[in-house]
Design a protein around this ligand. Structure first.
Ligand code: FAD
Length: 465
C-alpha cells in the first residue's frame, strides 16, 4: 500500500522558517511520517533570509545552556506588562535546548563584546546571521526540505482538505495544497502603505536598516488576518536604531551619542542622551528623529575625548568618518546647523557638566549627571564638549522590525477567536507579542525557539487531520 504523503509549506527562510522546516523534517523522520516539506521565499537564494541574514543575531542568554533567572520578568517589564507570560515562559524553557539543537547542526556560539556599555548578557552564533542562514539551509537541504525561491506567498485559502497557499512565482500564480502551513515571513516594515497606516505620515519613507529588511512586507499577517486570525503585539510599536544618514552600508549604527550630545537641525538638544544604556534609549530616540525632528535629522556632537575611549569604534558601524572641525562654528557650518544655536547649546551643556570627569565610565551608567539646571537633563556621561577636534555624525532613524502581528499560543499555533486555527502556525517577527519596546536581543532567539516548536507541532498535528 502506498503511504499518503502529506505537505507542509513553510513561508520564509529566516531564523524562524529554517528552524520550522528543519525541525519538521526531523520530527517526521522520527515518526516515520511521509512528509513533503517545501520552504518558499520571495527572495532569490542569495538574498533569502530577511532580517536574519543581516543581523549579528545576539541572543539574550546568560550562556548557551541558560537564560538569566529574571528573563520572564524582564520580558514582561519590557512589554509594559502587556506581554503574554505563558509565551515568554515557554521561550525561557525552550531556549537552552533550542541553542543546543542549533549547535548540533554545526553553529557555534560565542559570548560577544557588545558595543561599549554592558547590557543584559547575550550569546551570538559565530559569524552572526549569515552563518546561521548558510548552516541551517544546508542542514535543511540534507534533511530533504525543498526550497523554492522567487515565490511570494499572496493568499491562504482554507477548505476541508487543508490550507492552500496561493503564490506568485516570478509573475505566474500557482496554488499549492498543504496539510499544514508555517508562516515565518516577518513583520510589515517593508510595506510603505502599512507603515503609513500604523505609524502615520512619513513612516512610508523611513529608512530600512538592512537590505534584507525590505522583504518583510506584511503579506503573512494580511493573509492570516483575512482568514480571521487574532492579532497580537503593539501596532504602534517598532524597533528602530539611530544610523549615520550618509552611510550606505547595512545597519550603520552610531551608538556613541551617550558620550556627547544630540541636537536637531536647529542646534538644540531634545532628549536625555545619558538616560540609560544604549539599548534603553536608542529605540525611541531613533523613532523621534523620524517622526518629530525637523527634516527627520539629528546630529551627534562630540569632541576629541571620544577617540580616547577604549574600543569606541565598536559602537560606530558607519563606513563614513565623522564630520570633523577645529571649532564648533566650523562644525556647525559643515553640518548645516545654526552656529549661534549650537554654540549656545554647547555652552549651556558645558556649564551644567559639574561632576568629576574622572568618574566617566562608558561601560556602565556612571552617574556623571549634569546639574539640574540643564533641560533636557543628562543623567550619565556628562562631560563638557570643549576639546578639538569637534566631531559630528548626522543621524536618521532606521527601522529593523515592527511589533504588530499574529496572535499565537505556546505551541506556535495561530489563534482565531482565541482558539487554534487548524493547520496554521507562525513564528518569529510575524507574531506579535512585543509591546512598548523591543526586549533587547530576543527577536532572533524567539524566532529560533518558536520556529522549532512550529515545525514539531505542525508534524504532530498532521495525525489529527
Ligand atoms: C541589522 C539588524 C540587526 C539585528 N540585530 C538583532 C540582534 O542582534 N538580536 C536580535 O534578537 N534581533 C536582531 N535583529 C532582528 C532580527 O534579526 C529579526 O527580527 C529576526 O531575525 C526575524 O527572523 P524571522 O525568521 O522572523 O524573519 P526574517 O529573518 O526576516 O525572514 C523572513 C523571510 O520571509 C521572506 N518573506 C517575506 N514575505 C514573504 C512572502 N510573502 N512570501 C515568501 N517569503 C516571504 C523574506 O524574504 C525572508 O527571507 C536585527 C535585525 C537587523 C536587520
Amino acid at each position: 500500500m502506498t503511504a499518503i504523503v502529506r505537505n507542509l509549506i513553510v513561508i520564509g527562510q529566516g531564523a524562524a522558517g529554517l528552524s520550522a522546516a528543519l525541525s519538521a523534517a526531523e520530527e517526521s523522520r522520527r515518526l516515520a511520517l511521509a512528509l513533503k516539506i517545501t520552504l518558499l521565499d520571495k527572495a532569490g537564494e542569495d538574498e533569502a533570509g530577511g532580517n536574519t541574514r543581516w543581523s549579528p543575531s545576539y541572543m539574550r542568554m546568560a550562556a548557551p545552556d541558560r537564560v538569566e533567572p529574571s528573563f520572564v520578568q524582564d520580558m514582561l517589564a519590557a512589554t509594559g506588562f502587556r506581554g503574554d507570560e505563558t509565551y515568554f515562559t515557554r521561550l525561557a524553557e525552550e531556549a537552552p535546548a533550542t541553542v543546543q539543537w542549533i549547535g548540533s547542526h554545526g553553529v557555534t556560539f560565542i559570548q560577544p563584546t557588545y558595543y561599549l556599555a554592558k547590557g543584559p548578557p547575550r550569546i551570538q552564533p559565530e559569524g552572526g546571521g549569515p552563518a546561521v542562514i548558510k548552516i541551517l539551509t544546508a542542514a535543511a537541504k540534507r534533511a530533504g526540505v525543498a526550497f523554492r525561491h522567487y515565490c511570494a506567498a499572496e493568499q491562504l485559502v482554507e477548505d476541508r482538505d487543508g490550507i492552500k497557499v496561493v503564490i506568485d512565482h516570478d509573475g505566474t500564480r500557482e496554488t499549492l495544497p498543504a496539510d499544514a502551513v508555517v508562516l515565518a515571513c516577518g513583520g510589515f516594515q517593508g510595506n510603505g502603505a502599512m507603515m503609513r497606516e500604523h505609524f502615520g505620515p512619513g513612516a512610508e519613507a523611513m529608512r530600512l536598516i538592512s537590505p534584507g529588511t525590505r522583504f518583510n512586507s506584511g503579506e503573512g499577517i494580511r493573509m492570516a488576518a483575512e482568514l480571521g486570525a487574532d492579532r497580537s503585539g503593539d501596532w504602534n510599536g517598532m524597533h528602530a536604531e539611530p544610523v549615520d544618514a550618509r552611510a550606505k552600508n547595512s545597519a550603520p549604527v552610531v551608538l556613541v551619542y551617550p558620550y556627547g550630545i544630540v541636537v536637531d537641525t536647529t542646534g538644540r538638544r531634545f532628549f536625555d542622551e545619558g538616560g540609560g544604556l544604549v539599548h534603553e534609549t536608542w529605540e525611541w530616540f531613533a523613532r523621534d528623529i523620524r517622526f518629530k525632528m525637523p527634516g527627520a535629522r539629528a546630529f551627534a556632537v562630540l569632541d576629541r575625548r571620544l577617540l580616547a575611549i577604549a574600543g569606541y569604534e565598536r559602537a560606530i558601524r558607519s563606513e563614513v568618518p565623522p564630520v570633523r572641525a577645529d571649532t564648533l562654528a566650523e562644525l556647525a557650518q559643515l553640518i548645516g546647523v545654526d552656529a549661534g544655536n549650537l554654540a549656545a547649546t554647547v555652552a549651556a551643556y558645558n556649564a551644567a557638566c559639574i561632576g568629576d570627569p574622572d568618574i566617566f565610565d562608558p561601560t556602565r551608567r556612571d552617574g556623571l549627571a549634569a546639574s539640574d539646571a540643564l533641560t533636557p537633563p543628562k543623567s550619565n556621561w556628562a562631560r563638557a564638549i570643549r576639546e578639538p577636534p569637534f566631531l559630528a555624525y548626522p543621524l536618521e532613524g532606521a527601522i529593523a522590525y515592527t511589533f504588530g502581528g499574529l496572535a499565537t499560543d505556546v505551541r506556535a499555533r495561530v489563534l482565531r477567536g482565541g482558539a487554534p486555527m487548524p493547520g496554521l502556525y507562525a513564528a518569529g517577527e510575524i507574531t506579535g507579542h512585543f509591546y512598548v519596546t523591543a526586549p533587547n536581543a530576543v527577536s532572533v532567539l524567539r524566532a529560533f525557539v518558536f520556529g522549532r516548536i512550529a515545525g514539531r507541532e505542525a508534524v504532530g498535528g498532521l495525525g489529527n487531520r
